[in-house]
Ligand binder design. Structure first.
Ligand code: CIR
Length: 255
């Protein structure tokens, strides 16, 4: 799949109040901005148009735009985040997608679903139930995308893992990068799976964006595995977003 567009949002100063499962320190805003600029540059280097939205101070986690929407070739779907502090971020994204897409649908609830739990492959849409995404949210998305002919398969995010894609990424049409703990659930039957190196679970959230695989920096053994498998790599600092359980996929919507 070639991507022509991505949407990102610059980190707000309120990022220091962002949600985190475990407190490993307050993110440094200046360093996060530098990493974010490197990330945007990496997307642009592939020839894609990157739309950079302004920071939203009212929403500390709003840099993680992926959770607000699902972008498909036929149209976009506005999500309904399961984190109460993030619910309003989805509505903030809607007008931007309306400018780019003919059809923008919306999860109305009562269920919840976040984009970080959705992996779109060439043949299906995998959605992992998690602490943020419930059965009703998955069912509503399944009904909405059926009109565009997409098949959706519900899977499960392991306990203690924030989002389904915290632990996996799509590398090409039928190859996935995943942690062993997620792969053990059997959700990738029929796909080729490359495991991240032991102890490098935090780099499973990568993205294949046109040519390169964009991987967080600091995971040399997984980088070597991917290099040997023939992928070109672009490594981006992610230390500050990692303090908030965010990674490479969370920082953009890609279509
Ligand atoms: C949150 O807890 O919602 C944010 N601190 C991190 C969101 C990461 N997003 C993603 O994995 N798609």
């Amino acid at each position: 799949t070639r991507f022509s567009h991505a949407i990102t949002r610059r980190p707000a100063a309120s990022i220091t109040h962002g949600l985190r499962a475990v407190d490993t320190g307050t993110p440094d805003l200046a360093l996060m901005r530098t990493h974010h600029a490197d990330y945007v540059a990496a997307l642009r280097e592939t020839g894609a148009t990157v739309i950079e939205l302004e920071p939203l101070e009212a929403y500390p986690d709003s840099v993680f735009v992926e959770d607000t929407a699902l972008c498909l070739p036929e149209g976009a779907v506005i999500m309904r985040p399961g984190a109460p502090s993030r619910l309003g971020e989805a509505a903030e994204m809607a007008p931007h997608l309306a400018q780019l897409y003919g059809e923008v649908l919306r999860i109305d609830g009562p269920g919840h679903i976040e984009g970080g739990d959705i992996l779109v492959t060439e043949t299906e849409i995998l959605v992992g139930r998690s602490a943020r995404t419930d059965a009703a949210g998955v069912a509503e998305l399944a009904r909405l995308v059926a009109r565009w002919g997409h098949k959706l398969r519900e899977v499960f995010t392991p306990p203690g893992v924030l989002h389904f894609k915290t632990d996996c990424s799509l590398l090409d049409g039928d190859t996935v990068l995943a942690t062993r703990r997620l792969d053990a659930s059997g959700c990738f039957a029929g796909y080729k799976v490359i495991h991240v190196a032991e102890g490098e679970e935090a780099c499973a959230n990568a993205i294949r964006f046109n040519d390169p695989v964009i991987l967080p920096a600091g995971f040399p053994r997984t980088a070597e595995i991917l290099d040997k498998a023939g992928f070109s790599l672009r490594q981006i600092g992610n230390s500050e977003c990692a303090k908030l359980d965010g990674g490479m996929s969370c920082l953009s919507l890609r279509f």
